[in-house]
Design a protein around this ligand. Structure first.
Ligand code: CA
Ligand code: ZN
Length: 304
């Protein structure tokens, strides 16, 4: 298996980025990552001024996937995530939902042992590993890694973890896949602007699914299928996520639009991924039982 070391990362998803490694469709690859501060914070005395903010949200890659062309889908199966032995959290003025109430930049360094993150002498969290930044080169101009979009990027979605398969629209030859910004834990919303930020290593399989254009990333796990939509407001993101999912599922069913809308109103879930990035991200989640009722395996065909 090829291993892509963290080395020199990239800070914007772009068609212009030079591929670090080429893989065949269906190939498994290991990728090492920095934390979202490029491992600059090793102590709680680190100040905002000491940080090089040009080195935030580094991603490892890009990986060129042979055979991927515009209009295809890149299917990324996340097999395993390993994380470092300590995590970092920050918050501060103008950052996150509470930024108007927090009067100074604060840093916390959190030991991680086994399946526990230690926050203080009285408080531990369960480890819930996930990937914050993951995606492919976008359609147009480069997109800074801090911003999510149709190409993926800073989606900060708790479902982005072991066992999930994520589907990205391919906008350029080779897809130019990359990732970074792992979290040992993060709540839906990421309200304080950081998760428990950790360096890590992931093993993924990259598959090209031919001729299946999608407009937003989808994510499938044992529980169901989600669409991930990032917009300026949650109102807009929710509306688009619901509508795109319904249009995506409709041809796989024998339901009228009104019936499908009722079914989604009964079993589909509107969920918030994050509310702190330059665009906010929500998801609409459809349980596996609905897909199974129609033998709907939307990305199973056309695997190259
Ligand atoms: Ca993030
Ligand atoms: Zn992060």
């Amino acid at each position: 298996m090829k291993t892509l070391q963290k080395g020199k990362p990239f800070y914007a998803f772009s068609k212009e980025n030079e591929a670090k490694v080429h893989v065949r469709t269906g190939e498994r690859v290991a990728i090492e990552t920095y934390d979202c501060f490029e491992d600059q914070i090793q102590s709680e005395s680190t100040t905002m001024q000491q940080l090089d903010w040009d080195r935030v949200n580094p991603a490892t890659g890009p990986v060129y996937v042979e055979g991927a062309e515009q209009g295809d889908v890149l299917a990324v199966t996340i097999h395993s995530i390993d994380i470092g032995a300590q995590g970092v959290m920050v918050t501060g003025p103008d950052l996150g939902v509470m930024g108007h109430r927090v009067d100074s930049f604060s840093v916390k360094v959190l030991p991680i042992e086994g399946d526990k993150v230690t926050f203080s002498t009285s408080l531990q969290f369960p480890v819930q590993k996930m990937i914050g930044v993951i995606g492919v080169a976008p359609e147009g101009e480069p997109v800074n890694n801090g911003t999510p979009g149709a190409h993926g990027g800073n989606l900060d979605t708790t479902l982005m973890t072991e066992g999930a398969t994520v589907y990205f629209p391919v906008f350029t030859e080779g897809a130019l896949f990359g990732l970074g910004d792992f979290h040992a834990a993060m709540g839906d919303g990421e309200i304080g602007v950081s998760g428990v930020e950790v360096p890590g290593k992931v093993e993924v399989t990259l598959d090209v699914v031919k001729e299946q254009p999608i407009r937003y990333p989808f994510l499938q796990n044992d529980e169901g299928l989600a669409i991930l939509v990032s917009k300026h407001t949650l109102d807009e993101a929710v509306k688009v996520a619901v509508e795109e999912m319904i249009d995506f599922l409709h041809p796989h069913t024998d339901l009228s639009l009104a019936e499908l809308t009722m079914a989604m109103s009964a079993v589909g879930h509107t969920q918030i991924s994050q509310v702190v990035d330059p665009l906010v991200t929500c998801r609409f989640f459809v349980p596996s039982s609905f897909l199974e009722a129609f033998n709907c395996t939307p990305f199973a065909q056309n695997k190259n």
